[in-house]
Design a protein around this ligand. Structure first.
Ligand SMILES: *Cc1c(COP(=O)(O)O)cnc(C)c1O
Length: 348
C-alpha cells in the first residue's frame, strides 16, 4: 500500500521502538518523567523559547495556547483555511468562549493591512480582539511555508494593538527546511508555537507547545483541565526525542518527492497543478470538470485505491497527496503510472 493521505500515517522507526522500550519514566503529572523533561527542554531549545510542554495532540497544544491567550467573548484572528478554524471542532468556542475571525486570502497569506483592519478598536461596545493565530506550513494551502519577514510583519501589527500571537507550527520543520531558516527564527516573532512530532517526523503521537516559562507553567494547569495530564509517557517522549534528533534533517527528501509528483501529474490529462507552487510535502491539486463526471476527484481516488494507492479527495475537483518517510522514489513513479491510467479513462 502506498499511503499518500497524510504524513500522520507514518509508523515509528526501529530507533524509536528501541528508545521507547528502554525509556526512563515517571509520573509526568507530578513532573517526574525524566524523558518527558528532556523532550520538553530539547523542544524549547529548538524553537528558541524558554519552556515547552508535551501534549498528546496538536489540537490540544493549539487550544491550550488559545485558552491562555484569548479571553472569553473575544475574537481570534486567523486565515480562513486555518486548521484551527476548520479541523478543531470549534474547540475555541467550546473550551475558551472565544470567537474565530477568519480572514479570506487569495494565496494563504494574510497581509498586515488585513490583520490591522480585523482588530477591533478599543471601544467599550465593540467585541474585543485578543489573539492572532498563524499557521506554518499552511496545510490547506498546499503546505505553504511563511518566511520570517512575513511572520514578523504580521506579529508586529498584532503586538502593537495588544494582541498575543500564536503559531500553529504543526509542520514548522518542513517550513524551516523549505526556507533554509531555523525553526527558532520562524517562531521568534510569536509568543507561543505548537509543533507536531506525529506528522512528518514519524513519532506515533505527541506535540509540543513552547513559549515563555510563566505561560507554560499555566499551560500545565490547562492541559490537566482539558484531560491531557499523562503519567508514564516517557515511552512516548522517547520516540519524540528520536524524531527531533533523526527525522528533521531528512524532510528535504519529502519535499523533493512532492515536487516530482507534481511535475509528473502536471503532464497527465485533466490535472491542474503548478509544480512551482509545491514548496514542502503537501500537494493539493485540481481536476478539470468533465461532462458526465460529477466528481472526477472521487473517481481518481477510487481508481488509485483499486491499485493500492491512497490519497484524499477534498471535494469533487480537489485532491491532496502528502509525502513522508515511507514514500520512496519508486512509490512516486508507481503513483504517477496508476494516476495516468485512471485519468486516461476519465478524460479519454
Ligand atoms: C495536524 C495538524 C494539527 C494538529 O492535529 P492533531 O491531529 O490534533 O495532532 C494542527 N495544525 C495543523 C496545521 C495540522 O496539520
Amino acid at each position: 500500500m502506498i499511503d499518500l493521505r497524510s504524513d500522520t500515517v507514518t509508523h515509528p522507526t526501529p530507533a524509536m521502538r528501541r528508545a521507547m522500550a528502554t525509556a526512563e519514566v515517571g509520573d509526568d503529572v507530578y513532573g517526574e518523567d525524566p524523558t518527558v523533561r528532556r523532550l520538553e527542554a530539547r523542544a524549547a531549545e529548538r524553537l528558541g523559547k524558554q519552556a515547552a510542554i508535551f501534549v498528546p495532540t496538536g489540537t490540544m497544544g493549539n487550544q491550550v495556547a488559545i485558552h491562555l491567550q484569548a479571553r472569553p467573548g473575544s475574537e481570534v484572528i486567523l486565515e480562513a483555511r486555518a486548521h484551527i478554524f476548520n479541523f478543531e471542532m470549534g474547540a475555541m468556542a467550546v473550551w475558551s468562549g472565544a470567537l474565530p475571525r477568519p480572514i479570506t486570502t487569495s494565496d494563504g497569506f494574510m497581509t498586515p493591512e488585513q490583520v490591522s483592519a480585523a482588530i477591533s478598536p478599543p471601544i467599550s461596545y465593540r467585541t474585543p480582539t485578543s489573539l492572532l493565530c498563524l499557521e506554518n506550513t499552511h496545510n490547506l494551502w498546499s503546505g505553504l511555508p511563511m518566511d520570517a519577514a512575513r511572520t514578523e510583519a504580521l506579529a508586529t501589527v498584532a503586538r502593537s494593538r495588544g494582541l498575543a500571537v500564536h503559531l500553529d507550527g504543526a509542520r514548522i520543520f518542513n517550513a524551516a527546511a523549505a526556507l533554509g531558516t531555523p525553526a527558532a527564527t520562524l517562531a521568534a516573532p510569536c509568543d507561543t508555537v505548537m509543533f507536531c512530532l506525529s506528522k512528518g517526523l514519524a513519532a506515533p503521537i505527541g506535540s509540543l507547545l513552547a513559549g515563555p516559562s510563566d505561560l507554560i507553567r499555566e499551560a500545565r494547569r490547562v492541559r490537566k483541565l482539558f484531560g491531557g495530564g499523562m503519567r508514564q509517557v516517557g515511552v512516548l517522549a522517547a520516540a519524540g526525542l528520536v524524531a527531533l534528533d533523526e527525522m528533521v534533517d531528512r524532510l528535504d527528501e519529502d519535499h523533493r518527492r512532492a515536487r516530482r509528483l507534481a511535475q509528473g501529474l502536471a503532464e497527465l490529462p485533466g490535472v491542474e497543478v503548478d509544480p512551482a507552487r509545491v514548496w514542502t510535502n503537501i500537494l493539493v491539486f485540481q481536476l478539470r470538470s468533465q461532462s458526465g463526471e460529477a466528481s472526477p476527484a472521487a473517481r481518481l481516488a477510487a481508481g488509485l485505491r483499486d491499485r493500492g494507492i491512497l490519497c484524499i479527495a477534498f471535494s469533487d475537483h480537489e485532491l491532496r497527496m502528502v509525502t513522508h518517510v515511507e514514500i520512496d522514489d519508486p512509490a512516486i513513479e508507481a503513483t504517477l503510472a496508476a494516476a495516468g491510467e485512471v485519468l486516461e479513462e476519465i478524460y479519454q
